[in-house]
Design a protein around this ligand. Sequence first.
Ligand SMILES: Cc1ncc(COP(=O)(O)O)c(C=O)c1O
Length: 387
Amino acid sequence: MKGPATELIHAGESDHGAAVTLTTPIYETSTFVFESAKEVLAYNEGRSSKYLYSRYANPTVVSVERKLAALDRTEDALLLSSGMGATTTILMAHARAGDEIVCGAAIYGGTLHLLEDLLTKFAITVRFVPVEALAQPERLIGERTRIVWFESPINPTLRCVDVRRISEACRARGVLSVLDNTFASPINQQPFALGVDLAMQSATKYLNGHSDVTGGVVSGPRALVEPVAMARRLVGTVMDPYAAYALGRGLKTLPLRVARHNSNAQAVAGFLAKDARVSRVYYPGLPSHPDHDIAKRQMTGFGGMICFDLGGRYDRAERLYDRLKVIKRAASLGGVESLISMPVLTSQWGHTDEQLREAGVTRGMLRLSVGLEDVEDLIEDLDQALA
Ligand SMILES: Cc1ncc(COP(=O)(O)O)c(C=O)c1O
């Protein structure tokens, strides 16, 4: 017997008998044990399946990364500490001083600020282009363009761009195309079947689906994901094993959840579109949506996000927002709970009138993330709040 401190620290560790677990346990360990210097050497030389340090790789995290690569039907996926962590790490890996990044002007506000406020400090130029310009991507690519970064559907207006056309234009010029697929999720839109080079997602949204994890994903062919993995080691933007465990559990019901998000949102959008108190409804599944045809071509479901406008009037949007009872006033999206936000107070907060116009956002807009509640209750809640 050793002393009590030694026993308490070492007894029972790394000895799990014949337990063969059904689900992947949470490997809540920052580091991993080796038997010999030879083993460490084999690891360093890439001849071992062992793990060294959780900032590099962790079995719980890797098991969820495999699910995500399979879901996207691509070679590799990485989990990161947040969607913004994923975006930052992709850019650190694939852009360098002197490069230009072309980005849709109607884009998630965090992405916009990262590119505009931070990236430009590193001698990287950013050119924001309107949605209409993304319809002719061949014209957007210049001599110094290194990356075209875009979303579809776009936050918060749900405008859609032709993913295949942008990807093909990029490939023809040797430029990296990166799609933020957060709003669609891979259940509704398969980025690699549409030809993109890399896909990024905020795992905080549909992938986890239960509003209790912050995370991000990058997926794609190994040759493009590997530099992001190296950057992730150095920047330290890896996901924690506990968050990965929760995300892995959420992912198991993703197809079921997304099917219900799609059908609930279609019903709510149909209700709002018929209501005279609502001036405009943006939902890719409505034939009135400007990009309905593109959405039909590239999506297998239209998603759970709806945006609607109360005549551009902030006072009317505020009134409806404050009166809702079932739908919760909260930022974020993609969870089981229906959430509402006013884009001018959240994703487009602080934007100038011109930036709002470029993003297609008005002060009377509301963005609704339709959850998995009984749809009649959601419609009744909106109907009463509009009254
Ligand atoms: C489309 C889109 N991309 C990226 C992000 C950033 O993700 P996260 O909040 O997980 O960093 C968000 C967050 O709302 C988003 O809506």
